[in-house]
Design a protein around this ligand. Structure first.
Ligand code: HEM
Length: 138
């Protein structure tokens, strides 16, 4: 698969998954539990698809480096994004597990953290892409 196609698929899946998390939060705040469940499970499926596209890109193509005037900010965003993306994986797994097995008091404790981390990762994924468009080398 071509580099641009993989970039497009990564950005779309992670972006839609972030939008679904926001929708799922709205649904639970307005008491619609079934819709909440569907939105969050769809968000998780999209995040797994993202991992496949991202992984393919990582193995098939060399990395890109940002060499522009905002390198400090870029590195902060990149490093925090990478760490939180790794943290999000187990967080998402336990949040979904507590949700579908009906352990709601535990679910309510961990879920707000998961939601914030997830949205941060999705938004910063797009920001990193924008940085690379502005000042990439290699
Ligand atoms: C990563 C995925 C998920 C996130 C980020 C998430 C987020 C949340 C949040 C933040 C709340 C608390 C809302 C509040 O206190 O006002 C909540 C409640 C709830 N979630 Fe999820 N959720 C996820 C997945 C699921 C799944 C898969 C189910 C499956 C049934 C589920 C079922 C529920 C239910 C039933 C409640 C209400 C609990 C109660 O009434 O005490 N959630 N969720």
């Amino acid at each position: 698969m071509g580099y641009d196609v993989l970039t497009f698929l990564s950005l779309t899946t992670i972006g839609l998954s972030g939008i679904l998390i926001l929708s799922g939060l709205f649904f639970i705040k307005t008491g619609r539990k079934e819709l909440h469940k569907k939105a969050m499970i769809s968000a998780s499926v999209l995040a797994l698809l993202f991992l496949i596209f991202y992984g393919l890109k990582y193995f098939l193509y060399p990395p890109k480096y940002y060499e522009g005037p905002y390198k400090g900010i870029y590195l902060f965003v990149l490093i925090s994004h990478s760490i939180l993306a790794a943290v999000n994986l187990p967080l998402a797994a336990v949040t979904v597990f507590f949700g579908i097995t009906g352990r709601y008091s535990k679910h309510r404790k961990v879920a707000p953290i998961t939601a914030v981390v997830w949205i941060y990762v999705a938004v910063t994924g797009w920001i990193i892409f924008a940085f690379l468009q502005m000042g990439e080398v290699g």
